[in-house]
Design a protein around this ligand. Structure first.
Ligand code: UDP
Length: 330
């Protein structure tokens, strides 16, 4: 039996495929390659180029392969873009997941691990955030991810779907081999953008706002290494395959860093002065997002290996220094 990874050519998906294959699993990847890269897919995974909104293509895949469970990363994932193009998020994320779940039901596959987000919480009522805290998203990205969770919850009651939603905080870093890493076009995430400065692609890092209610006025985020996230997906899949019930888990390190602290750490790692400029706030950004991941640790047995920000940024730097244009031909 194989594991189907949807969005397995994307950043977190490709790292999860590597971890699955290193753990000896049989892996099938499906991706529409709109934001993912064929070169990011592990050579031992069987690859299907398809869009999850195409139910007939999914049905064909489920008939050709024997799938024991699905890991679902195939979604649009940028907060800023979602504020400008909300309908793109409803179409790709909500309708895409609806089409996927319909095909899973038709083909008798009923286990799914799904990438959700800290953006489901909106403005947190306290930090660190617990899974049971209020969810009131403040951007369409978080809104659609929360709706995807709810869609699965109702389908669990209606037809016995078993799901795990993993609410990640800020994914970062790259695979220790340096073979795969973060590559978005255009790039919007803080750490890869900072590293464009020492890579000679940008003169300074623009920090979005310094009037938030935090210790230095810049936003606070909880950074978690992509390989640790990948491990959590495998643990969650095995938890479902062992017959356990549907659930939701946060994944973060439980430590918050301000945007300025992240820039300072990148200066230390790269030895470059990395000039900074304070810019306007970016719409849709909460002041502070820090996870409590105790539930994932106690129920899934998750143990993050890369808790330290310097180690995380060093792994990202190794990838970006050697692949300044991501997966594109250099
Ligand atoms: N950020 C920034 N400059 C950039 C990109 C991001 O100041 O060029 C900030 C952003 O406003 C947020 C933090 O960095 O406060 C993390 O943003 P990112 O897009 O990496 O992740 P998100 O928290 O939105 O998932």
């Amino acid at each position: 039996m194989a594991v189907l990874v949807l969005g397995g050519a994307g950043y977190i998906g490709s790292h999860t495929v590597y971890e699955l294959i290193e753990a000896g699993r049989d892996v099938v990847v499906a991706d529409n390659l709109l934001t993912g890269f064929r070169a990011a897919v592990h050579p031992k995974a069987r690859f299907y180029e398809l869009d999850i909104r195409d139910g007939a293509a999914l049905d064909r895949l489920f008939k050709e392969e024997e799938i024991e469970g699905v890991i679902h990363f195939a979604a649009s994932s940028q907060v800023g873009e979602s504020m400008v193009k909300p309908l793109k998020y409803y179409d790709n994320n909500l309708w895409g997941t609806c089409s996927l779940l319909e095909s899973m039901v038709r083909n008798g596959v009923n286990k799914i691990v799904f990438s959700s987000t800290a953006a489901t919480y909106g403005l947190p009522e306290r930090v660190p955030i617990l899974e049971s805290d209020r969810t009131e998203p403040i951007n369409p990205y978080g809104e659609t991810k929360l709706a995807m969770e709810k869609m699965m919850r109702w389908l669990d009651k209606a037809s016995g779907l078993r799901y795990v939603a993993l609410r990640y905080f800020n994914a970062c870093g790259a695979h220790p081999t340096g073979l795969i890493g973060e590559a978005h076009n255009p790039e919007t995430h803080l750490i890869p953008i900072i590293l464009q400065v020492p890579n000679g692609q940008r003169e300074y890092i623009g920090i979005f706002g310094d009037d938030y209610k935090t210790k230095d006025g810049t936003c606070v985020r909880d950074y978690i290494h992509v390989s640790d996230l990948a491990q959590a997906h495998i643990l969650a899949l095995d938890y479902l395959l062992a017959g356990n019930k549907s659930d939701v888990f946060n994944l973060g390190n439980g430590i918050g860093f301000t945007n300025k602290e992240v820039v300072e750490c990148a200066r230390k790692v790269t030895g470059h002065p990395i000039p900074e400029k304070i810019l306007e706030r970016r719409p849709g950004d909460p002041d502070m997002l820090v996870a409590s991941s105790e539930k994932a640790k106690s129920i899934l047995g998750w143990k993050p290996k890369y808790a330290d920000l310097e180690t995380i940024i060093s792994s990202a730097w190794r990838w970006h220094k050697n692949h300044p244009h991501g997966y594109e031909v250099e």
